[in-house]
Design a protein. Sequence first.
Length: 312
Amino acid sequence: MKSVKALLGVVLALLVGVAGALLGPAPAFGAAPARAELSAPPQIPAENIMRHLRQFQAIADRNGGNRAHGRPGYRASVDYVKSQLDAAGFRTSLQPFSYRGATGWNLIADWPSGDPNQVVFLGAHLDGVPAGPGINDNASGSAAVLETALTVARTNLKTQKRLRFGWWGAEELGLIGSRYYTGNLPAAERSKIKAYLNFDMVGAKNTRTWGVYNDDPNLRRMFENHFRSKGVQTRPMNIGGRSDHASFKNIGVPVSGIASGNDPCYHARCDTINNVGANVVATSTNAAAHGAWTLAGTAGSRLPGRELRLAS
């Protein structure tokens, strides 16, 4: 009998050892369970964004050299972005508005994941000025937001909050498109938007220091921390009512955004594909993706703590 007990003891010890090897060490008594960390977006290569910028340049070339409100180049730009989003599985909608006797359009795209009552919004104006093709101002921001959205689809991202993306018309004429969008939102829909991030002129060549909108301190720190982790310098920016974030701030939404450096071709004919730096627009796009992943959260992860607490 003693030999049988000894044999059973050996077998039991072997089984416990195998289980321990497979499952790893048990947590200490009273230890807190490990918390899931936020997943990070994949690195977005420069070529992905440059592909969109070449399309916007070609659209301007085919349509009188610009993509301005009321001109065929603007509508062609809308159609290009919408086709990309529709193919990727977004729920898209066109919002028409009229200004100075011409029809403009806002394009809105929702990723069908996450709580629709808690929306994280990324946007950029899609129009340019009549003087040129508007590649830095603002095909760069439009492409950054578009490629961030396509990366969400490519990874089939499962989020805790709803991700929404917007491309605004007639910004160059006074934020007309974004003001129309926010002005026509019912109060219940306004309250669902927990943050808005704006991307306006994010590809200027030779940029070394990125501007970060200082409207909301939590969102500003999110961008600053991201850039610092990449060894990129930032500077605070107060651009007031000069871009579409102002339309959202005016309805009580926390806002921020980023911009690249000085652009000698601002609102000029030379704002072409040669006016942007591939590495610059890639840095901006990866910052946009960081904002999307961080603020929307991913299924099974923890959301950011107090430092990034937004309106409930």
